[in-house]
Write a protein that binds this ligand. Structure first.
Ligand SMILES: Nc1ncnc2c1ncn2[C@@H]1O[C@H](COP(=O)(O)OP(=O)(O)OP(=O)(O)O)[C@@H](O)[C@H]1O
Ligand SMILES: [Mg+2]
Length: 266
C-alpha cells in the first residue's frame, strides 16, 4: 500500500493485501493493499472504472481475487472455506450502487429480507426490528409502500435501513450519494456519520462526491492504476503527488482550507 504519511492502520477491521484481479484482458487491480480501520469512515475514490464497486464486492465476498488476501474481522472473504466466508459476511451490511430494492415487494418486505434469510426471528420480532431501523433512517409509516412510491432520497434511506437491519459491524456503501440533490446528500451524509458515531460502525463508502467525502472521511482510499493511495483528507489534499492532485483538484484544497479556518475560529 502507498500511504501518504507512511504509517499503517493501528486496528484494521478489514485488510486487503496484495490483491490482483482481472476480468479477461482488463486488469482492474495489479497490486492493491489497504487497511480499513475499525470504527472509522473510509471513503474509496477514483474515476469511473477505477474499481470502486469491484473492491466493495471483493470485501463482501461476492467476488474472489486472482491473488492476494482479504480479511474481514480476521476471517478471509478471499478464501475457499465457506464457513469462514459466511462468518465474514455476517459482519457486513451492504448498500449496493443504485439502491437495488426489489420493485415488487413492499418497503417492509425489502428491509425484512435479510432477517428472513439469515435468522429464525418470528414475525413480531421482524416487525419491531424493521420499524426501528426504518425510524433510525428517518422513515416512518412507509412500510406498506412499494419502492416506486418513494422519492430517490427515501429509497436510498430504505436501502440503508436494509443494510443495517442485521446489526452489522461494517457497512459497505457503494455510491450512496449518486443521483441525489444537495439536501438529500446532506441527509445521507448525516445518517452515515450518525451510524458511525452512535453504533461505532466501520463504514467503507465509495463516492465520486469530493466535498461530502472530505467532510465525512477519517481515511481516503484513492484507487488509481490498479493500486491504492491512502491517507486522511488533510494529508491527501496537501500532497504534491501528481496522482493525488490531479484527482482531487482545487476543490479539495479549498475545502480543507475552509474547514481549517472554521475550526480555528471555533
Ligand atoms: N463482472 C465484470 N465482468 C467484466 N468486467 C467487469 C466486471 N465488473 C467490473 N468490470 C470492469 O472492471 C472495471 C472496474 O469496474 P467498477 O464497476 O468496479 O468501477 P467503478 O470504479 O465502480 O466505476 P463507477 O464509478 O462507474 O461506478 C471496469 O473496467 C469494468 O468494466
Ligand atoms: Mg461503481
Amino acid at each position: 500500500m502507498s500511504r501518504v504519511n507512511g504509517s499503517g492502520s493501528q486496528d484494521p477491521h478489514v485488510e486487503v493485501s496484495r490483491v490482483r484481479l482481472r476480468f479477461g484482458s482488463r486488469e482492474v487491480f495489479r497490486d492493491l493493499s489497504c487497511d480499513f480501520p475499525r470504527g472509522a469512515i473510509s471513503i474509496v475514490m477514483g474515476g469511473s472504472g477505477a474499481g470502486k464497486s469491484t473492491l466493495l464486492r471483493l470485501i463482501g465476498g461476492l467476488l474472489r481475487p486472482d491473488a492476494g488476501e482479504i480479511t474481514v474481522g480476521g476471517d478471509r472473504t478471499s478464501g475457499t472455506s465457506p464457513a469462514e466466508v459466511l462468518r465474514a459476511r455476517r459482519r457486513l451490511g451492504m448498500l449496493f450502487q443504485n439502491g437495488a430494492l426489489l420493485d415488487s415487494m413492499s418497503i417492509f418486505e425489502n428491509v425484512a429480507l435479510p432477517l428472513r434469510e439469515h435468522t429464525e426471528n418470528g414475525e413480531a420480532e421482524i416487525a419491531e426490528r424493521v420499524s426501528a431501523r426504518l425510524a433510525s433512517v428517518g422513515l416512518e409509516g412507509v412500510e406498506a409502500l412499494l419502492p416506486r412510491e418513494l422519492s430517490g432520497g427515501m429509497l436510498r434511506r430504505a436501502a440503508l435501513a436494509r443494510a443495517i437491519v442485521m446489526d452489522p459491524e461494517i457497512v459497505l456503501c457503494d455510491e450512496p450519494f449518486s443521483g441525489l440533490d444537495p439536501p438529500n446528500v446532506a441527509r445521507i451524509e448525516e445518517l452515515l456519520r450518525d451510524l458511525n458515531r452512535s453504533r461505532g460502525l466501520t463504514l467503507i463508502v465509495s463516492s465520486h462526491h469530493i466535498a461530502s467525502s472530505l467532510r465525512l472521511a477519517d481515511q481516503l482510499v484513492l484507487l488509481q492504476g490498479g493500486a491504492s493511495i491512502c491517507g486522511d483528507p488533510g494529508e491527501l489534499s496537501e500532497s504534491h503527488d501528481p496522482r493525488i492532485t490531479e484527482f482531487l483538484g482545487a476543490d479539495a484544497r479549498a475545502h480543507v482550507a475552509l474547514r481549517a479556518a472554521a475550526e480555528a475560529k471555533a
